[in-house]
Design a protein around this ligand. Structure first.
Ligand code: DGT
Ligand code: CA
Ligand code: CA
Length: 589
């Protein structure tokens, strides 16, 4: 699923007057990489586009601003002369001629096939070469006749998944990753704030509940004349189509295809409308039932007894009128939060400020882009007390994984750097591959020398539930292992979670003193919210990590914190809220 739609669809006819988001440029670069890979282009060339896409997606500043200010884009990691010119072309013209050219020469709809589960460029190429597939229809036929599962590297499970995706297509809505939506929401809010007579503005809905993906954006504004706010909103340059417009509300479609609902209300209703639009629907239904039991009426304008408004200006007032403390939006899924609120046992959710360090970081020794010292400096700037350097192990050759010798060299390098650092401790670690039989990709003799060992699966995602769970538990049997990184391996919208018996895994981890990671990469967010909550209830601690490959990736901690909060996680449940001394004890099994 392309996150923001392709740039082509987004701004082709509109031209350069439209703001080009970093996410659009990244999506365009990814697309070029995908299509080049299908064509069998040079692997280094493909990787250059892909790495650049990652750099762009993680960039804290807007490329359109940087190009506008005439800055030298070649200073960005992985961006050379050629790619810098491509970025400028997209910003200036709204298009990338090269992409159009590649799309013209790609047979049929091969590019579209990559939206299907499990289909990357390699498998698409295999489909094309062995079955002559050129589009969705061909894939559907191959899946129905069973031809698909016979292809090397496919199998019945993948065939099943593809068939399922194809037959529910259209019915399934497109959802956008939270981080991509954030950049767009910032722009929309910035524009709304300049409306005449504007009071407060907010994004409600699933966005405010920090769900990993959003179906649309629900904006809310207060002001003395709602109609003028709505009129002002309609002048936003990214609006491609208007679905509905009235005096207090509008629904529009942005150029990337994202729907935005706006409500404008008077200040005395802002809190009630914010509460209503934040949802979830299930939470709201339960609240309304509470109100009714008290002889009150709760709606999007406030709480009323007969015709008297008793509350509505703030959300706190609304909850208080129902005898409840304010409930953090991340919990509002009617999963027990209302009962917990009533009984005074709402969790004190972990915050970014509780985090003392990051336990999953790569440098350019494997597939990161910065030096050890560079990552350490970035971590210090965030005020961290410690970080762990965790490169890939030898098996992951595409990521330039470390063998025993290179890891030993890095250990020395870290020792030397630690001797010069006063206010940051660098833990020596690794992200060691968990092989298909559950053994680890490096010998115990070197793992024993590390402060922290992360185990991760990067292959054989398709084992059945029992085999996959056994594999992970066997890995945990190695007493050097501390933590399972991105435990389910899912990539949002691209790869399903591995089949794992989660209660058994969590129980096995808890028994062995192994922890699970909440990986903050925007397309991983793995563990998910449900599994976080499950782990918490089992008394298992989790690490909130970024899996950073460059300094700016350290910001992905926000995503890990969001996900943890949705999973009811408190500071005490988290490994990296502990001071270094306590952390070290917890890492001794
Ligand atoms: P999304 O957009 O699919 O990611 O999910 P939401 O939760 O943002 O849902 P959306 O945009 O359809 O509606 C925004 C909020 O409006 C929702 O969270 C709660 C509220 N809402 C929508 N429909 C209803 C309804 O039928 N009853 C009540 N009580 N609230 C509703
Ligand atoms: Ca929504
Ligand atoms: Ca909506």
């Amino acid at each position: 699923m392309a996150p923001a739609g392709t740039l082509r669809g987004q701004i082709a006819e509109a031209g350069p007057a439209v703001t080009v988001h970093n996410a659009d440029i990244a999506a365009t670069f990814e697309k070029v990489a995908d299509l080049l890979e299908i064509e069998g282009a040079n692997a280094f060339r493909v990787r250059a586009w892909r790495k650049a896409a990652q750099t762009i997606a993680a960039l804290p500043r807007k490329l359109s601003d940087m190009v506008g200010a005439g800055e030298d884009l070649r200073e960005l990691p992985g961006i050379g002369e050629d790619l810098a010119a491509r970025i400028a072309e997209i910003v200036d013209t709204g298009k990338l001629a090269l992409l159009e050219e590649i799309e013209r020469r790609t047979p049929g709809d091969l590019a579209e096939l990559m939206d299907l589960p499990g289909l990357g460029p390699k498998r698409v190429l295999a489909l094309h070469e062995t079955l002559g597939v050129t589009g969705i229809e061909d894939v559907l036929r191959a899946a129905r006749t069973g031809a698909l599962r016979k292809l090397p590297g496919f199998g019945p499970k993948l065939q099943e998944q593809i068939l399922h995706a194809l037959t529910t297509r259209g019915a399934g809505e497109k959802r956008m990753r939270l981080m991509v939506a954030s950049a767009i929401a910032d722009d929309l809010l910035g524009h709304l704030r300049t409306a005449p007579g504007i009071g407060e503005v907010a994004v409600a809905g699933s966005f405010r509940r920090r769900k990993e993906t959003v179906g649309d954006l629900d904006l809310l504004a207060s002001g003395s004349t709602p109609a003028r706010i709505v009129d002002h909103f309609m002048t936003q340059e990214d609006i491609a189509a208007v679905v509905e417009k009235g005096g207090t509300r509008a629904t529009v479609i942005l150029r990337g295809g994202l729907q935005v609902d706006l409500r404008a209300v008077p200040a005395e209703s802002f809190g009630a409308t914010l509460q209503y639009l934040t949802g979830s629907k299930a939470h709201n239904v339960a609240l309304r039932r509470l109100a009714r039991a008290d002889g009150l009426k709760l709606n999007e304008y406030g709480i009323f007894r007969n015709r008297d408004q008793l509350a509505g200006r703030t959300e706190e007032d609304v909850y208080a009128m129902l005898g409840l403390p304010w409930i953090p939006p991340e919990l509002r899924e009617n999963q027990g939060e209302i009962e917990a609120a009533r009984e005074g046992r709402l969790p004190r959710l972990v915050t970014r400020a509780d985090i003392r360090g990051d336990l999953h970081i790569h440098t350019r020794a494997s597939d990161g882009s910065a030096t050890l010292a560079g990552m350490a400096a970035a971590a210090r700037a965030l005020g961290y007390e410690y970080i762990a350097i965790t490169e890939h192990s030898q098996r992951v050759t595409v990521a330039h994984g470390l063998d025993e010798t290179r890891l030993a060299e890095q250990i020395d390098e870290i020792d030397a750097l630690n001797a010069t650092l006063k206010d940051l401790a660098i833990l020596k670690g690794v992200e060691v591959d968990i092989l298909e039989d559950g053994s680890l990709d490096l010998p115990d003799s070197i793992l024993r020398r590390l402060d922290i060992v992360l185990g991760a699966v990067h292959s054989a995602f398709g084992l059945d539930r029992d085999a996959q769970t056994d594999r992970l538990l066997r890995a945990m049997d190695n007493p050097n292992l501390n933590l399972i990184a991105h435990p389910t391996g899912r990539l949002i919208g691209r790869r399903d979670a591995m089949e794992i018996d989660m209660p058994r895994l969590i129980d096995g981890a808890a028994r062995r003193g192994v922890f699970l990671e909440i990986n903050g990469q925007p397309d991983r967010l793995d563990l998910d919210d449900r599994h976080c909550h499950m782990a918490k209830l089992a008394g298992l601690r989790m690490a909130l990590s970024t899996d950073a490959h460059r300094p700016s990736d350290l910001e992905f901690m926000a995503g890990a914190v969001d996900q943890a909060r949705r999973g009811w996680i408190e500071a005490g449940d988290v490994l990296n809220t502990k001071p270094l001394g306590q952390l070290r004890k917890l890492l001794k099994r």
